[in-house]
Design a protein. Structure first.
Length: 276
């Protein structure tokens, strides 16, 4: 038999995030299945059934009562591997489309107190297998480590930056492209949510910044850099951390190779030696 789609995903590389698992057409309607991955597969302990059961009850209750998505909700439930949940919505969606909804859902779970809906013998076949405090904790962890790392405002700023960068790169406006390049990296540094890491990244970027105008002055490299930024942004929008990391590493390698190719690194080090 053929492998089903979810078994073809490389779970060694898969990290917590929001992913489109698959899209199916039923009649005239597209059904989008989302992979809400909460823990890192095969790298950390899976969630226990009690907290997953609690999140399932709370998540389904939230979605079925949502003012916008209640009539679009097909299913919300746990993965067999206990590393996350599947959410099925009627409609053709991307990961970015549902960041707000998923954030609302897990804020609801994080803040919920009192009796869990459906936690009674009459309503549930295993009602004693519940752990609300751990469900609160896991929801908070997912919000903090995944959903709140980059805001919609920052995503919008990245998209605007890419749009302007593409225009100025096509026109050969090196100075403006340099400014936009700095802005792109500053948005990412701010979004990392770690003051120590942000300072370290800014210090490193300051080293590179001094050569940026020369590095981007060639229209070919300028256009390549903008395309690389765009691919990184799209991976971030998909909450695909692993792919964003790969693209960021490739971007830095390409920038370094371009500096070597054009003798910029040697020229900079010679200038530093003379000035020093």
């Amino acid at each position: 038999m053929e492998k089903i789609a979810s078994f073809t995903v490389d779970h060694i590389k898969l990290q917590p995030g929001i992913y489109v698992s698959r899209k199916d057409t039923v009649g005239q309607e597209v059904i989008t299945t989302f992979d809400l991955r909460m823990t890192s597969p095969n790298e950390e302990p899976v969630m226990n059934t009690a907290e997953m059961h609690t999140i399932e009850h709370l998540g389904a209750t939230f979605l079925r009562n949502h003012p916008v998505y209640k009539d679009k909700t097909i299913y919300f439930g746990p993965m067999g591997c206990r590393t996350g949940f599947y959410m099925l919505l009627a409609g053709d969606y991307t990961s970015k489309d549902v960041v707000g909804l998923v954030t609302e859902l897990f804020e609801f779970v994080r803040d919920f107190k009192g009796e869990v809906p459906g936690a009674a013998a009459k309503d549930c076949g295993n009602y004693l297998d519940m752990n609300l405090p751990m469900a609160n904790y896991m929801a908070k962890r997912y919000l903090t480590e995944v959903l709140e790392n980059i805001t919609e405002k920052q995503l919008d700023a990245l998209e605007e930056n890419i749009y302007l960068s593409e225009f100025h790169a096509s026109k050969g406006h090196a100075q403006k492209l340099t400014e936009l390049d700095d802005q792109f990296h500053d948005i990412l540094y701010e979004a990392c949510s770690s003051k120590m890491l942000e300072h370290q990244l800014r210090d490193f970027h300051e080293y590179v910044r001094r050569m940026r105008k020369q590095n981007l002055s060639g229209s070919e490299r300028g256009l390549e850099a903008v395309l690389e930024h765009k691919q990184i942004m799209e991976a971030i929008c998909r909450k695909d951390a692993d792919r964003a990391q790969e693209l960021a590493a490739l971007h830095m390698r390409n920038a370094y190779d371009n500096m070597i190719k054009n003798g910029l690194l040697d020229a900079y080090e010679e200038k530093e030696r003379i000035d020093g």
